[in-house]
Write a protein that binds this ligand. Structure first.
Ligand SMILES: [Zn+2]
Length: 230
């Protein structure tokens, strides 16, 4: 995506911006040449862990099967992870072109291995205009900034024929856990999804770790554990 973003607000290292472009089928392809910063993230991981370990971890994180052994736990984050891996909630697939471009954008600002960060991406669609609009919020911190200015802008879009197709964010782990992020929503993520569904009619939530992406439909949000449940 060499398209220049439109800046909504900048506050130190925090950026709030969007891109608008034509909806084309290659955006959703899972077969593509990885953009530079994402490729270098994967290459560094392979170097650090060895190719076999890297492949094994990446495959394990993407595992979904009804025979996934369930462990009794009170930890809501772990329960959410089990819902994903037991194939009860969500679907894990390879990362697609658009998600890779968005992650790549943030990774070229801060390489994930040396300076881990998380971004928010809000993907909107306009069917009659055949357009995609992606709002993006990120900073230099491990957590994304509160996207109030984006939600405000989105409110206007939603009244003008846009639909909120997906909320996307990335997960990573510290070095001790081999860097690759888990493909499951935390309780806080699940709470946020509920808010986005109620107030902004989001259709699905996406979590990517740079190799795979988890998709959760809005009708599945209610199965997830929220902080209030504990
Ligand atoms: Zn998360």
């Amino acid at each position: 995506m060499t398209l220049a973003p439109v800046m909504i607000k900048r506050n130190g290292a925090e950026i709030f911006q969007y891109w608008e472009f034509k909806n084309q089928s290659y955006l959703w392809d899972t077969n593509f040449i990885p953009p530079l910063a994402l490729k270098s993230f994967r290459d560094s991981l392979e170097n650090e862990l060895g190719q076999d370990t890297f492949n094994l971890i990446s495959t394990m994180l993407a595992y979904q099967s009804a025979s996934y052994p369930s462990v009794k736990t009170d930890n809501g984050d772990s329960i959410n992870a089990q819902l994903i891996h037991s194939n009860t909630v969500g679907k894990i697939r390879p990362i697609n072109f658009l998600e890779a471009q968005l992650l790549n954008y943030q990774l070229s600002r801060y390489p994930l291995l040396s300076h881990p960060t998380e971004f928010h991406g809000m993907i909107l669609m306009h069917d009659t205009l055949n357009l995609i609009k992606v709002y993006f919020a990120a900073s230099d911190q491990p957590w994304p900034p509160k996207p109030a200015v984006i939600l405000e802008a989105m409110q206007k879009d939603l009244q003008q024929g846009w639909i909120f197709r997906s909320h996307l964010h990335n997960h990573y782990e510290p070095k001790a856990h081999h860097f690759l992020g888990i493909l499951a929503p935390s309780m806080t993520d699940a709470q946020y999804y509920q808010f986005l569904a109620e107030d902004y009619k989001v259709e699905q939530a996406l979590i990517t770790n740079g190799c795979h992406t988890l998709e959760i439909r809005k009708d599945e949000f209610q199965k997830l554990v929220l902080p209030d449940d504990h």
